[in-house]
Design a protein around this ligand. Structure first.
Ligand code: DC
Length: 220
């Protein structure tokens, strides 16, 4: 079974997707982490994030490794643990441009399908229900108001000890929404057959129960 969870930045996808995977006892694939890890490699190598073919080639030569562990997913590239580094502001600022290249998406989608070829998975991203796995048994479009998403992201960064301004976060969320939904290659859309779940005012537990319930209904 594939549970596809798509939605805009800050809707809580990765937190929810990981918890749903735990509740169902199945694997979790964070596709945003794959785009982020590629972006980090490109920045470290001093590559232009405008060069789609070169970025796709980098992704082919150095596939991102994701390992589910007790503390969450660990992300490795070229033998380095980049789990924390891929969440930093320079990566967040450049990843939308990297993810907009059709060559890059082609490479990433092939790898995502390969990883999920066997077994049951919860997978989150922007194009999982629309492009990667349109045949997914459960499709969810997770969203929340811009203010709520900005507040959540701000709280998360503050918890991590970063000093950030809520207005800057809100601007960044809006900028990424626009970039992700207006790009030509696989824009963020509500996939056909997806259930829209607006999490504004819902607790994580409520959202997880709702999606796990949908999956259990399908598995029955
Ligand atoms: O979910 P996230 O913030 O970690 O995603 C990082 C970026 O990658 C985001 O700007 C959108 C892009 N992305 C994508 O285009 N397709 C996916 N399946 C996952 C993420």
């Amino acid at each position: 079974m594939i549970v596809a969870i798509d939605g805009p930045a800050g809707a809580g996808k990765s937190t929810v997707a990981r918890a749903v995977a735990d509740a169902l006892g199945i694997g979790y694939l964070d596709t945003g982490a794959m785009y982020r890890a590629l972006t980090l490699m490109a920045l470290r190598d001093g590559m232009a994030v405008s060069d789609g073919p070169a970025l796709a080639d980098l992704a082919r030569r150095h596939p991102v490794e994701l390992a589910n562990g007790p503390g969450g997913v660990r992300v490795h590239v070229r033998g380095d643990d980049v789990t924390m580094a891929i969440r930093e502001a320079d990566v967040t600022g450049a990843v939308s441009e990297v993810a907009a290249h059709p060559d890059v998406r082609h490479e990433m989608v092939a790898r995502q399908r390969e990883i999920m070829r066997h077994g049951d998975w919860v997978c989150d991203g922007r194009d999982i229900g629309s492009v990667v796995f349109p045949e997914a048994e459960v499709k969810v479009f997770l969203t929340a108001s811009v203010d709520e998403r900005a507040r959540r992201r701000h709280a998360e960064l503050v918890t991590r000890g970063e000093r950030v301004d809520l207005r800057d976060i809100r601007d960044d969320v809006e900028r990424r929404d626009l970039a992700d939904s207006s790009r030509a290659a696989s824009p963020l859309v509500v996939a056909e057959g997806a259930e829209v779940v607006d999490t504004t005012g819902m607790s994580i537990g409520q959202v997880v129960d709702r999606i796990a319930g949908l999956a259990r209904g399908v598995a029955r």
